[in-house]
Design a protein around this ligand. Sequence first.
Ligand SMILES: [Ca+2]
Ligand SMILES: [Ca+2]
Length: 99
Amino acid sequence: MGFDMGIYRGRKDSDNKVAMTMEEFKKWVLRDLDADQDGKITKDELAEAVRRRGEWFAGLKARKEMRSADSNRNGVVDDIEITNLAEFAQKHLGIMFIP
Ligand SMILES: [Ca+2]
Ligand SMILES: [Ca+2]
């Protein structure tokens, strides 16, 4: 044991990846990410999800990237932008896609 101790002090990104399929991801988005259940993901909902993962800092950066996920600039990420959201989730929410 002893020699691993130091590594576990800081939580690494790679330690808590969640593997899911695209279908599961879509369900997860609607169930967990969409706090007010309106079928659209706002910047706040996304930032909250990042924060829940315990990365406060990443939350700020995520807000910027959220803007690029919103391709049609209507202020929310909806299901036509799910692929952008998937990319975002891989970067900031520790999600890994499996076929
Ligand atoms: Ca919502
Ligand atoms: Ca949009």
